[in-house]
Design a protein around this ligand. Structure first.
Ligand code: SF4
Ligand code: SF4
Length: 362
């Protein structure tokens, strides 16, 4: 195996990394000031998933894996995204690590010049860590601080696999790791313990929530179980208050204080999600943030889509949408608009994001 992690290679890797990060920041600024089109390709790389989370219906699409793009076509998609000005590549699924060629995809994206980010359930991190040397950020979904996580995620062993995988990734790759926890009625009491777990590991944590009224996952012909496990609007407000309290107590939450405070205050905000991310399905279709079909990239191009009426309407509607509860989307929108309190907040949590925080014994 090519030992690209040898000490003599490290300084060169770091210079390349800095130039890729600057490239991504530059593409964001170009989007904000000039093009108003996405700089991040959010690619569901596969329909497949090995878990059966109670909060998600995506795993039911696993038989559609036969429609996942073959390796060469993923490379072509990356070429097209790069030509359209994108410099960030966010891989999710399903579970991206079920793809046999995931290492090749990560390598190709990084060498092309993308910052590479993956959302994973962590179950294959230990097994595939050697293929993930070129991954910049791994966001690992863990919903509970012990193996009750297995019940929520519908498969035994998930918690231990994720913990072992994180350990191996941190000791053998340069990937920066953060936990992602989705709070529903199934794990309502886990908010603070999960924050403690992240602090104890010296990594960041981001919280999502499931609310009752919104779909989660690709659910074109499915009813979601959100009314059973989603948070009521009162619970949702309590959720934001707890996060704000934890943030102020110094826990390594990836949400900035500004985002959390404004959720607590019920302040309206302008969503710029469509200008930042384009969501592409495993079979190369563009969907909007609510998983509604927009465009088939096999029949056209990013630039055709971005200059069309569907995209224009989507951008306009998003600006006053205020509908979703994804703290990350609100944070990205604030960053995109370079709001000073957001930028300062991000600077303050760089240690968590880049895993340079010392683990805190609790
Ligand atoms: S939340 Fe992720 S890991 Fe869980 S079933 Fe859905 S796609 Fe799979
Ligand atoms: S606020 Fe609305 S437009 Fe923005 S990501 Fe959420 S649902 Fe989509």
């Amino acid at each position: 195996m090519n030992d690209s992690r040898s000490t003599e290679n490290l300084p060169r890797m770091q210079i390349n990394d800095i130039s890729r990060y600057l490239g991504t920041a530059g593409s964001m600024i170009r989007s904000r000031l000039f093009t108003h089109t996405p700089f991040f390709l959010a690619h569901a790389v596969t329909f497949g998933c090995n878990s059966r989370c109670q909060s998600c219906t995506y795993w039911k699409l696993t038989p559609k894996m036969k429609y996942d793009l073959p390796t060469e076509e993923v490379f072509q998609l990356l070429d097209e995204a790069y030509a359209a000005g994108m410099r960030g590549y966010y891989m999710f699924g399903g579970e991206p690590l079920v793809r046999r060629d995931i290492g090749e995809i990560v390598d190709y994206a990084k060498h092309k010049g993308f910052v590479t980010v993956m959302n994973t359930n962590g179950s294959f991190l230990e097994k595939k860590s050697r293929e993930l040397e070129n991954l910049d950020f791994a966001f690992v979904s863990v919903d509970y601080f012990n193996d009750y996580d297995d019940i929520i995620r519908g498969r035994s062993g998930t918690f231990n696999e994720a913990m072992r995988g994180i350990g191996v990734m941190r000791s053998t790759t340069n990937a920066k790791i953060a936990l992602v926890t989705t709070i529903s009625r199934l794990n309502w009491t886990a908010i603070e313990p999960m924050a403690k777990l992240a602090r104890g590991m010296g990594i960041g944590i981001s919280f999502n929530s499931i609310e009752q009224s919104m779909d989660f996952g690709l659910t074109t012909n499915e009813t979601t179980p959100n009314f059973d496990i989603g948070l009521s609007s009162e619970r949702l407000q309590e959720f934001y208050r707890i996060l704000l309290k934890l943030k102020r107590e110094g826990y390594p939450l990836m949400e900035t204080e500004k985002v959390l405070r404004e959720y607590v205050e019920g302040k309206p905000w302008k969503c710029d999600f469509p200008k930042m991310f384009v969501y592409v399905t495993p079979d190369k279709k563009i969907y909007n943030c609510n998983y509604a079909y927009h465009y088939d990239l096999k029949e056209g191009s990013f630039s055709d889509y971005f200059s069309g009426q569907d995209f224009t309407n989507y951008v306009k509607e998003a600006e006053s949408c205020n509908r979703c509860v994804r703290t990350c989307v609100r944070g990205y929108s604030y960053t995109y608009n370079m709001l000073p309190a957001q930028i300062l907040g991000l600077a303050g949590q760089a240690k968590s994001l880049f895993n340079t925080e010392k683990p805190v014994k609790l």
